[in-house]
Design a protein around this ligand. Structure first.
Ligand code: PMP
Length: 402
């Protein structure tokens, strides 16, 4: 096939070419059935074994402990903004039936536009009161941008919250918690309220399977839309600790907000993620992506490759920054491995940068409309060679303009 451009888009994003080729075959004839994967029953043995394999691939590659269930659902990251609130408020209601809504606290860590959106949804739904554990804007260079992961002393958690929410990687703003729990930019696990099982919720939409998840066993819910590192949009992956899979109807009888049936973790878990028709094509392609990952060496492999890719891009940016060509949008130490965001300085320089990249076959580099600038997304399907191409361009671009 003809060489395709490199797609640095933030999501939906590039998929490995070998997977696309394989998927074409599956669309016509899935596992020798003569029926295409988008046409076959989700209850056929061929399809249900695919679901089991996908789960197994996630569990083994990420090291998901037996205390946690893996659930596949739909509705994307945004669907989970609502679902985590409803399910964990139900859990809190069953644990503490007599508290008022004001006493049922939801702690939100706000480091970017996605965690902010999640927090706004919690306010919309009601049934509890939102407490901002930290807002990174207060610590930013201009006191209004999401450009940093705040220092541990700035976090303020409640005593017995219904949930504690954070977004591991902020796709729009390009800030990410460090995966090194000793780092000042790590999530401050050591500050969480003493005792019990933490109701810790993490949005891993744009970093899932890109590297190991620190303290995975201590999370109540980890969720991710598939459309960055895993596969096509339409599939949402959940890792839920079993004490958070509760009888939402029993909680509703005690006054909790009722939970729509497709959002109930218990309904989905009990049905093995097949309560209703799942996003079959996305599950199939995600399965192919993770089979390929397994052969390459799993999350460890991607962790080392992704670390090198990010390092190369940030180094080239710093060199350009010293020359006055680029300006990083985030503080040092807070930069995301997956989404690198910066401005190109000078009149019309940004459009020149984008046009020059396009001419070299590198696409989808425009920053999110809310923040502007450039965004280079370096998800798993972006190879080191493709990263080298953008790094070379970052280095050459200053000389082209001068
Ligand atoms: N969280 C993060 C970190 C995201 O990047 C996105 C989407 N880009 C979302 C949530 C929302 O996901 P969805 O579009 O699947 O609802």
């Amino acid at each position: 096939t003809e060489a395709r451009p490199v797609n640095f888009g933030a999501g939906p994003s590039a998929l490995p070419e070998s997977v696309l080729e394989e998927a074409c075959k599956g669309l016509f004839n899935f596992k020798g059935t003569g029926i295409g994967v988008a046409e076959i029953s989700h209850r056929s043995k061929e399809f249900t074994s695919l679901v089991a394999d996908l789960e197994d691939n996630i569990r083994t590659q990420l090291g998901v402990p037996p205390t946690h269930k893996i659930i596949f659902t739909q509705g994307g990251g945004t669907g989970q903004f609502s679902a985590v609130v409803l399910n964990l408020l139900a859990r809190h209601r069953l644990l503490h039936p007599d508290l008022s809504d004001e006493q049922r606290v939801l702690d939100y860590v706000i480091t970017g536009s996605w965690s902010k959106k999640a927090m706004e949804e919690a306010k919309r739904l009601g049934g509890g009161s939102v407490h901002i554990a930290v807002d990174a804007r207060a610590k930013s260079k201009d006191s209004k941008s999401f450009d940093n992961i705040p220092a541990h002393e700035d976090f303020d958690f409640s005593a017995d919250p219904a949930l504690i929410y954070y977004c591991e990687n902020e796709t729009v703003d390009g800030v990410q918690f460090s995966d090194d729990v000793q780092s000042p930019a790590s999530f401050p696990f050591h500050l969480l309220p003493a005792g019990g099982l933490w109701p810790l919720v993490a949005d891993y939409s744009s970093s899932f399977m890109s590297r190991k998840i620190p303290r995975i066993a201590d999370h109540a819910v980890i969720f991710a839309g598939a459309q960055k590192n895993i596969g096509p949009a339409g599939l949402t992956i959940l890792i839920v600790r079993q004490d958070c899979i509760v009888d939402v109807d029993a909680a509703a009888k005690l006054g909790a907000v009722p939970v729509p049936i497709t959002m109930s973790y218990k309904t989905n878990a009990d049905a093995g993620s097949l309560y209703n028709t799942p996003s079959t094509l996305s599950i199939y392609i995600a399965g192919l992506v993770l089979e390929r990952s397994k052969k390459l060496g799993g999350v460890e492999y991607f962790e080392s490759v992704n670390g090198r890719k990010a390092q190369k891009v940030y180094t080239a940016l710093q060199e350009g920054e010293a020359k006055g060509v680029y300006r990083s949008k985030v503080k040092e130490g807070s930069g995301s491995w997956m989404n690198v965001v910066f401005d190109v300085l000078g009149d019309n320089a940004e459009s020149k940068f984008l046009a020059g990249a396009e001419a070299l076959g590198m696409k989808a580099l425009k920053g999110h409309r809310s923040v502007g600038g450039i965004r280079i997304s370096l998800y798993n399907a972006i190879t080191e060679e493709q990263t080298d191409r953008i790094v070379e361009y970052l280095k050459d671009f200053p000389t082209q303009t001068s």
